[in-house]
Design a binder for this molecule. Structure first.
Ligand code: BGC
Length: 742
């Protein structure tokens, strides 16, 4: 009887739900049914708004634009919106898009730095303030987050990524999507997220931007796909296709990737937009002959919107007439776009409120930017507690091209930040600590590539009576980001010489590295007493760095990417596959090789004669002013079923003098499998705050289902057998134990 009621209720619920759905569907479908072919095609055209405004207005009036990029003046947004909503046949609002990659006006640290916080909740807050600021300026569609797995520091866009790890990237992807979209896209302060670039773009050969990728299906599924899957599960409204061809097929025309994987398997229902000009680039890639066939390929593969190629607007009508594209294909793409506009409430409220007081640059926004910057800073070395600067420090010498470079501090994709609102390290040191210590500042080098050493002698003179030297070196923003790949990751210009000379002055040397990627800094690391890696930290980088230097806050950032010793070690990432002859760590270095040595005296293991097999810093690494000790690792079960969840407990104690946070990381390793598996994989992390001498017991939960992988016959399943579990403070150290899956 009870079951009957339940079934009836279920049916009622289903019908009322289906009805409300079909009501929505009808609304949009009705509009589409009443639209001309021309107007429908116009919706799929995305135009850059930075050209002639008059031309743009004309195009909109003619019903040839569905979305405008790169206009952030709310007055202009409203003006264009009035034309779209009142002066066109279809009367459909535009959707304004922008690359809101790490903040809007209040610039947050670059995404790579954000990943170093290992704090998705905080990153969600960051995305939320970015969305608020963007919507205040009329932007309702953010081309972010970029969730390309990036294992190559040469690739300039690594700055925009969350690093090399799939699990961490998933968490960050979901955080940004949730932060952007809020609890409903219809909120005034919500923007539609756009995960990009689907897929594999970060694996560009040689780290050279736009280069080809060759990624086998298993690696696509295990490494590159999960962040997209999770973001889509979290409701991500749109997705951008990548420029690259993978295994010979450009993504914008890749049926396997866009149709089979994205639409059929993952059931992505949102809008798919091409990357900038990527549809027409299929011609340069030698994949199609001309613009018309490029358009045919892209729309038939599932690219809904054409970003800036203007191919759809030029050829879709003809292609439909020639029956090369079905009108229903066009209608489905328009449907998805209009559903997005509807979800954003653009039909009801197309305009941006220009009278509302702006939250842009509000104290709350600056506080969040500060907090993210502070938590992203990674302490790489701290010899004899050089940091935090002690009370005995009375005079410091600050040098280096990045101590006062607002432009560079904002990093790549700084579309809307303001340099004069940016707080640089020297400004903050003077403002916050200038009454406690005397601060002498000499730039030394005017920018990171500067090769002029003429200020060095003055620096040496000034250094004579200071207690500490702080050098701000690194790379300018322009050396990172899209199309800015590098083949040499050493410090540019004569920065390295500057650091070396400073290290010989007999004073404690703190080197602060501001960069958009891992740089190869072994030399500078060795000659500095303390090293902070602060990335491109955004608007509030200055006070975040100053407070860490003086110990008001304690560093807690962890590297989201492996730091190589030199470029030759790339690709180097912690979760590489098991190999038959792994390095033992006892290999001879190049200097130790005897003269006339025979081929086999060095043994046969996998390493570089000149740089070994170990990176400079492993993934997950980051020190604190405190020392944390872990112990008492306990697995609450050792034999588990595939549906079980394993509980793993560990104690952590703060043995240091400072309160601070540590991020404990959980890794697993599948010891024997049907295909060779990664040496270890991150499966969880927990941030713990501990006062001095405080101890906590931390509990990880590991669903056994999360150990599934793609077998040799491409089945996704958990295999029975033995697994290793590691819990540690980075990917290379910690405690381990074993369990068996039945
Ligand atoms: C980039 C995208 C970006 C687009 C629009 C392209 O060059 O690859 O990430 O969203 O431009 O600015």
């Amino acid at each position: 009887m009870k079951l009957k009621y339940f079934v009836v209720l279920l049916l009622l619920f289903y019908f009322s739900f289906a009805q409300s759905q079909s009501f929505d569907t009808d609304e949009i479908q009705k509009r589409i049914d009443n639209m001309s072919l021309h107007d429908k095609i116009g919706q799929l055209n995305q135009i850059d708004g930075r050209g002639s405004l008059d031309d743009l207005k004309e195009l909109i009036r003619e019903g040839m634009v569905g979305s405008v990029m790169n206009i952030t003046d709310p007055q202009v947004v409203n003006e264009l919106q009035t034309i779209a909503c009142e002066k066109t046949c279809a009367k459909i609002p535009l959707i304004f898009a922008r690359d809101v990659v790490h903040g809007f006006r209040t610039i947050l640290p670059i995404p790579l730095a954000q990943a170093a916080t290992f704090d998705p909740e905080l990153i969600k807050e960051g995305a939320k303030i970015a969305a608020t600021e963007a919507t205040e300026h009329g932007v309702k569609w953010a081309f972010a987050p970029m969730i390309d797995i990036s294992r190559d520091a040469r690739w300039g866009r690594i700055a925009e990524s969350f690093g090399e790890d799939t699990y961490l990237t998933q968490k960050m992807a979901v955080a940004v999507v949730e932060g952007f979209q809020g609890n409903s896209l219809s909120n005034k302060t919500s923007v539609a997220a756009c995960v990009k670039h689907f897929i594999g773009y970060g694996a560009a050969e040689g780290g050279r931007d736009y280069n080809t990728t060759f990624i086998p299906e298993r690696i696509i599924r295990e490494v590159y796909l999960p962040p997209f899957e999770q973001a889509i599960k979290a409701g991500c409204a749109s997705l951008m296709t990548a420029f690259n061809s993978n295994n010979g097929i450009p993504v914008a025309g890749n049926k396997f990737l866009l149709k089979e994987l994205l639409h059929n398997e993952i059931s992505f229902k949102g809008v798919t937009v091409s990357d900038w000009g990527a549809i027409s680039e299929m011609i340069t890639q030698g994949f199609v002959e001309d613009r018309k066939s490029a358009g045919e390929k892209a729309i038939n593969t599932g690219v809904d919107m054409d970003m800036s190629s203007k191919i759809y607007i030029q050829f879709l009508e003809k292609l439909i007439e020639e029956k090369k594209v079905k009108e229903s294909t066009l209608d489905s793409a328009v449907y998805r776009l209009l559903k997005l506009k509807q979800a954003l409430n653009l039909f009801q409220y197309p305009y941006t409120d220009t009278t509302k007081p702006k939250e842009t640059f509000s104290k709350n926004h600056l506080d969040i930017a500060y907090k993210i910057a502070q938590k992203s800073i990674v302490l790489l070395k701290n010899e004899r507690e050089t940091l935090p600067l002690s009370a005995t420090v009375k005079k410091i010498l600050v040098v280096g091209p990045l101590a006062d470079s607002p432009h560079d501090q904002l990093g790549t994709w700084n579309m809307d930040g303001e340099e004069d609102k940016t707080q640089t390290p020297i400004m903050s040191l003077e403002k916050l600590y200038g009454n406690k210590v005397k601060i002498q500042y000499i730039k030394g080098l005017n920018y990171s590539r500067d090769a002029d050493k003429s200020q060095f002698s003055e620096i040496k003179k000034e250094a004579l009576d200071v207690d500490v030297i702080i050098a701000f070196v690194g790379e300018e923003a322009i050396l990172t980001g899209e199309a800015h790949s590098m083949s040499d990751l050493n410090l540019q210009g004569v920065q390295s010489e500057l650091v070396t000379e400073l290290s010989m002055l007999g004073k404690p040397l703190v080197t602060v590295i501001m960069a958009g990627r891992p740089l190869t800094i072994e030399k500078e690391l060795n000659c500095s007493n303390a090293v902070l890696y602060v990335w491109h930290p955004g608007t509030m980088g200055g006070p975040a760095i100053a407070d860490i230097l003086f110990g008001k806050t304690n560093p807690e950032g962890k590297l989201p990417v492996t730091f190589p010793r030199n470029v030759g070690q790339i690709p180097i990432y912690y979760n590489h596959y098991n190999i038959g002859r792994p390095a033992t760590g006892k290999e001879k270095t190049i200097q130790e090789i005897p003269l006339n040595a025979r081929q086999s005296v060095l043994g046969h293991s996998s390493y570089y004669l000149d740089s070994g097999s170990i990176p400079l810093f492993p993934f997950g690494f980051g020190l604190s002013y405190s020392q944390f000790e872990i112990g008492n690792l306990k697995l609450l079960a050792k034999n588990l079923n595939k549906t079980d969840t394993l509980i793993i407990c560990i104690d952590i104690t703060n043995k240091g003098r400072f309160a601070g946070s540590e991020t404990l990381q959980l890794y697993t390793s599948d010891l024997v499998a049907d295909v060779v598996r990664p040496i270890k994989e991150l499966k969880g992390f927990i941030k713990v705050f501990l006062k001095p001498d405080e101890q906590k017991n931390v509990k990880f939960t590991l669903p056994i289902s999360s150990l599934a992988y793609w077998s040799s016959d491409m089945k996704y399943a958990v295999e029975s057998g033995k697994f290793k579990v590691f819990v540690g403070q980075d990917s290379q150290s910690g405690m381990e134990d074993f369990f068996t899956v039945k």
